[in-house]
Design a protein around this ligand. Structure first.
Ligand code: AMP
Length: 663
């Protein structure tokens, strides 16, 4: 008999109430999770009790922790045999899920998780499998290969999760999935998660799950009058940059409530906003009641304009001047969304809700539109130039307002300016310019690209902290049973081809505007070009192209790489001429220069950067979100080591006086 829970419990239980052990409670507190998400609240007790489960849940609902936490509770860490298997449709998801396991298992000794996916070197995988792991996370094709070779044995397997089952169906893997299910002990516990439950998935559930508990979060429809809903598809520009542009350019923005998922996330984002000159503070469940009340009072009286909050902490806030709710992290479900946006449009005023949606979260966007019975309009981000000219006109207005302020006593200040002019043989325009410069430090009038953004993205996820070797960024292709092959793998180019040792910078015709990430570039070149990941050097992303450093390529290989398609565009790879014009660079602010000074420890490779960031993360008490300290990642020996992501690293803070002398 199937049981169905169609609504989340009205009062969300705590993680303690769900019956999780202390070490996991400690981890969850460290990663900043305040309360279980609805899908977690509903699934964890069933999975801890050993029931099979059919969960209708999409990306972003917190489903990974919903199955990973109970698995971690039930593992026997004295044995290194695979006890849990998670099947995912893609390599990316396999890596994400195994990272989540590692994160949640940080207080568990002897825990091992292994991602197994097509395109990765068989030799490496065989070695890793021989070492043993309690949890295997993999794509169906490669798992089948190992089962057939006998390199993977499921005799001790007691838990199996099918993640994004409808995606596996869509991609043609469902036969493979059933074949794997048939080759695991029938005594296992099985959980199937799927964003939708079409008949074929129900069929799999019917054949392979035993009296599953059915968990579904059904969207209740609600009308949200007086709130204009909009969304921005996260692409090209990073979220912080997008947020600041929106905060600057939105008309009628009085105060904004920005929602993120974790307590740590509230602090980090509020700090970053404050550092950029916004009156911002965090609001989360770790703060005392008194402190929280103070933040809300400051928001009411206008001493704060932006509050970055978690769902729990913002519950019930009633501040009429909140004109905007910004969903920086997408909510877990439509109910949470409706609660969030209900913080604006109060006391008869109009409100604006803006949702940041990653391409993978589009399904949640559709659910929200359905639940609120209103279309959500896409927004175009204001350009840097728009934001700069807005800031300049606001600045001019501020100067005029200051001149009109009766408290200013201009005589005294005019005397000070006069003294500077006379003592230094300067013009008053020069002094005025210096003063204008001083005022805008921290909130520059000329907006620049975020520091080191390319490299934040360039963190190539790899659980062993090693370079990705011939990783496939395409999913496993469906395969014929019994046939042993490795479809997505191009034979690796022998290293001797690159024996000259020369490197060359190449230009490829995909850039940030096309939504590319360094990881995709590495994946395409390594997998489809057959060039080992360790030979791929620095990648710089620009708006409409990127550059990548590679060993000098023979023309045949270059022709192959030219044709590879990434983000629906051929790479059209060609050597990059160092004299080729790069996108215009602008002077940088003093704040930026200071940031550069901190970051001279250049990492030659993204994975080295990742390892270092991990250390930083661990030093800071194991925070969930990695802190990027990087900016000047270029190798010092390179001629273009001063360029990063289309930006100049020249120091523009030379003193005013000195510059005059130079003239
Ligand atoms: P998922 O739907 O599993 O892909 O999770 C989406 C995101 O939500 C991940 O970044 C998780 O770290 C985060 N997350 C999952 N559960 C919670 C929670 N209870 N509180 C805060 N963040 C969470």
């Amino acid at each position: 008999m199937m049981t169905e829970t169609s609504h989340p419990p009205t009062a969300m239980p705590s993680f303690e109430q769900l019956g999780l052990p202390d070490h996991l409670l400690a981890t969850l507190a460290e990663v900043g999770y305040e309360t279980p998400s609805p899908i977690q609240a509903m699934c964890i007790p069933h999975l801890l009790a050993g029931h099979d489960l059919l969960g209708e849940a999409q990306t972003g609902t917190g489903k990974t922790a919903a199955f990973a936490l109970p698995i971690l509770v039930r593992l026997d860490l004295a044995s290194k045999e695979p006890q849990a298997l998670v099947l995912t449709p893609t390599r990316e998801l396999a890596l994400q899920v195994s990272e989540a396991f590692t994160r949640y298992a940080r207080h568990l000794r002897n825990f091992h998780v292994l991602p197994i996916y097509g395109g990765q070197s068989m030799v490496v995988q065989l070695r890793q499998l021989a070492r043993g792991a309690q949890v295997i996370v993999g794509t169906p094709g490669r798992i089948m290969d190992h089962l057939e070779r006998g390199s993977l044995k499921f005799d001790a397997l007691s838990m199996l999760v099918l993640d994004e089952a409808d995606e596996m169906l869509r991609m043609g893997f469902i036969d493979d999935v059933e074949w794997i299910l048939e080759h695991t002990p029938s005594t296992r516990q099985t959980a199937l998660f799927s964003a939708t439950l079409p008949a074929a998935i129900r069929g799999v559930a019917h054949r392979h799950l035993r009296e599953p508990e059915e968990v579904r979060i059904r969207a209740a429809t609600t009308t949200v009058e007086k709130i204009r809903q909009r969304y921005w598809l996260v692409r090209g520009v990073d979220k912080l940059d997008a947020l600041t542009r929106i905060l600057d350019a939105e008309e009628k923005l009085d105060a904004a409530l920005v929602f993120v998922r974790t307590k740590i996330g509230t602090e980090e984002l509020a700090d970053k906003l404050a550092a950029r000159g916004y009156a911002a503070a965090a609001l989360n469940g770790d703060m005392t009641q008194g402190l929280r009340e103070r933040v809300i009072e400051q928001l009411k009286n206008g001493s704060l304009d932006i509050v970055v909050a978690t769902d729990v902490a913002a519950r019930g806030i009633d501040v009429p001047r909140i004109s905007h709710v910004i969903n920086y992290d997408i909510p877990y479900d439509t109910e949470a969304y409706v609660h969030r946006i209900g913080r604006t449009g109060r006391a008869g005023r109009e409100g604006v809700a803006i949702l940041f949606v990653a391409p993978r979260e589009r399904r949640m966007l559709k659910s929200i539109e359905h639940a609120t019975r209103q279309p959500i309009e896409p927004i175009a981000l204001p350009s840097r130039e728009d934001v700069s000219s807005l800031r300049i006109s606001q600045f001019k207005q501020k100067v005029l307002d200051t001149l009109a302020d009766p408290d200013m006593e201009p005589g005294f200040f005019m005397n000070v300016v006069e003294e500077i002019v006379e003592e230094n043989d300067l013009s008053s325009r020069e002094v005025a310019a210096a003063l204008a410069y001083l005022v805008q430090v921290g909130r520059p009038l000329q907006i620049e690209e975020e520091e080191g953004r390319g490299w934040e993205q360039a963190t190539v996820l790899h659980p062993q902290g090693k370079p990705p070797r011939r990783e496939s960024f395409v999913a496993d292709a469906p395969r014929t049973r019994g046939a042993r092959r490795d479809r997505n793998t191009t034979d690796a180019v022998p290293e001797k081809v690159f024996a000259s040792g020369k490197t060359q910078r190449y230009r490829i015709a995909v850039g940030r505007d096309h939504g590319v990430t360094p990881r995709e570039i590495v994946g395409a070149i390594a997998n489809e070009g057959g060039i080992e990941g360790k030979l791929i050097g620095q990648i710089d992303l620009f708006n409409d192209f990127s550059t990548v450093e590679l060993p000098a390529l023979p023309s045949g290989l270059l022709a192959t790489l030219k044709r590879i398609v990434v983000c629906n565009r051929p790479l059209d790879m060609r050597p990059f001429r160092e004299d080729e014009a790069l996108p215009a660079r602008r002077p940088r602010s003093a704040v930026d220069s200071r940031r550069d000074d901190r970051s001279h420890k250049a990492a030659a490779k993204p994975w080295e950067k990742q390892a270092r960031e991990k250390q930083v993360q661990e030093k800071r008490g194991g925070r969930e979100k990695w802190i990027s300290r990087s900016s000047g990642e270029s190798r010092p020996s390179r001629k273009n080591a001063v360029q990063q992501g289309g930006r100049s690293f020249t120091n523009h803070t030379t003193s005013w006086k000195k510059r005059r002398e130079q003239k």
